[in-house]
Ligand binder design. Structure first.
Ligand SMILES: NC(=O)C1=CN([C@@H]2O[C@H](COP(=O)(O)OP(=O)(O)OC[C@H]3O[C@@H](n4cnc5c(N)ncnc54)[C@H](OP(=O)(O)O)[C@@H]3O)[C@@H](O)[C@H]2O)C=CC1
Ligand SMILES: O=C(O)CCC(=O)C(=O)O
Ligand SMILES: [Mg+2]
Length: 419
């Protein structure tokens, strides 16, 4: 076991380990690292832990138990490690060593200041899939007429695109140098205001696309889904987003035996497990954003680039009742770090006010990933029952008739009472 400076490894419990085929060995008492998170992280993370502990106790009657291990990132890290230490090396080491973890949201300032710690964590651990399932819970207030028609799983590429952070500030010497290079050596003539442009670079690779699309298609096979949609803006960004589309289709044909439909580019193959057809199709991102409102039932598994995936995640979350119950996972082939789709909602920080549902459902995904299906099912049933009881946090209460508003911790308690 690595020696840590500030991380207290629990005296009891064992590590989760990974087999050569990437399956997990999960002991009955695993050590699970968690990052509390900035802003509302202080509210939702303790509630998540309480609800998960209750679900595990209920499902396994004491035979299984999680030993939680706090690791630090964000503002709390600067208090523990010193003023400029936002993402300590030992946090990354612990997330790798203990394989499965969960985090609260971390703040990223707009414009200057530190770069995103969330993005840094995904890149450092090469957590290349951001998996965000979007499902409707009966009774949740939604702005659309038929929210139950939304049943999608987003595979968002998590390691490249404009999120790589290759960018330079307007008027800086480096931005000027890149602009001069583009004009003088690459023959670029279309930078409208070269003296005052900030510059950002968008790397999108064949390998990065293929590993993401492969996971999305495999997910469709394993979960008996009817289609995989590549969402891109390849008409405008031809060699990045257009590449994503073309490489995605090529992979579907080469590795999964998909055959073009009516001459392509849509293609189709038989699910080797069920014999049912899986269609691989594509949609341009702006059209997709209107289609998910008008014809959501036509979309099932979504494979998309990093920025599109970010926008689509929040839009779809809103369609099924909001960001307060939108879970997610960051996955590599071995390491997994679960987190909500929403951010730190700073205006509500420390008020015991917001919905802890997203982080609790992220933990539900974590339990399922660990093979603790009974505990995961207990959480889903408790979430459904809590919503049906109409004792809900402000976000649902303000849209639900006859609801009783409860606090963040109060909602956790309502869930536990329904286990
Ligand atoms: N993975 C991560 O850690 C992420 C971090 N961030 C970071 O979070 C910070 C704040 O970002 P911001 O754009 O305000 O987005 P947020 O997701 O933090 O908040 C936007 C709005 O979403 C609603 N909301 C958020 N969390 C909850 C919750 N738990 N329960 C109910 N409603 C919720 C609130 O809506 P209302 O006002 O209607 O009540 C809130 O004002 C930024 O620094 C950003 O970079 C953002 C996204 C992900
Ligand atoms: O890193 C951030 O601050 C924002 C990330 C984000 O919005 C997301 O991952 O959905
Ligand atoms: Mg986002």
């Amino acid at each position: 076991m690595t020696a840590y400076q500030h991380i207290q490894v629990p005296a009891q419990g064992q590590k989760i380990t990974v087999n050569p085929d990437f399956s997990l060995n999960v002991p009955d008492e695993p050590i699970v690292p968690y990052i509390e998170g900035d802003g509302t992280g202080v509210d939702i993370t303790p509630v998540m832990i309480k609800v998960v502990d209750a679900a595990v106790a209920k499902a396994y009657g004491g035979r299984r138990r999680i030993h939680w291990m706090e690791v630090y990132a964000g503002e709390k890290s600067t208090r523990v490690y010193g003023p400029d230490v936002w993402l300590p090396e030992e946090t990354l080491a612990a997330l790798k060593e203990f394989v499965v973890s969960i985090k609260g949201p971390l703040t990223t300032p707009v414009g200057g200041g530190i770069r995103s710690l969330n993005v840094a964590l995904r890149q450092e651990l090469d957590l290349y899939v951001c998996l965000r399932p979007v499902q409707y819970f009966q009774g949740v207030p939604s702005p659309v007429k038929e929210p139950e028609k939304v049943n999608m799983v987003i595979f968002r590429e998590n390691s490249e695109d404009i999120y790589a952070g290759v960018e330079w500030e307007a008027k800086s010497a480096k931005a000027q140098k890149v602009i001069r290079f583009l004009i003088d050596e690459m023959g670029v003539t279309k930078i409208r205001f070269p003296e005052s442009s900030g510059i950002g670079i968008k790397p999108v690779s064949i390998e990065g696309t293929e590993r993401l699309v492969r996971k999305a298609i495999q997910y469709a096979i394993d979960n008996d889904k009817p289609n995989v949609t590549l969402v891109h803006k390849g008409n405008i960004m031809k060699y990045t987003e257009g590449g994503f589309r073309d490489w995605g289709y090529a992979l579907a044909q080469r590795e999964f035996g998909a055959q073009p439909i009516d001459g392509g580019p849509w293609c189709q193959f038989k699910n080797p497990r069920t014999g049912k057809p899986i269609v691989v199709k594509d949609v341009i991102a702006d059209a997709f954003l209107q289609q998910i409102l008008l014809r959501p039932a036509e979309y099932s598994v979504i494979a998309t680039l990093n920025l599109n995936g970010d926008y689509i995640s929040d839009a779809l979350a809103a369609q099924v009742g909001g960001i307060g119950i939108a879970p997610g996972a960051n996955l590599s082939d071995s390491v997994a770090c679960f987190e909500a789709t929403h951010g730190t909602a700073p205006k509500y920080a420390g008020k015991d006010y917001v919905n802890p549902g997203s982080e609790i459902l992220s933990a539900e995904m974590m339990l399922r990933h660990m093979g603790w299906v009974e505990a995961a099912d207990t959480i889903i049933a408790a979430m459904e029952a809590a919503i049906q009881s109409k004792k809900v946090t402000y976000d649902f209460a303000r849209l639900m008739e006859g609801a009783t508003q409860v606090s963040c911790s109060g909602f956790g308690q309502v869930m536990i009472e329904h286990m």
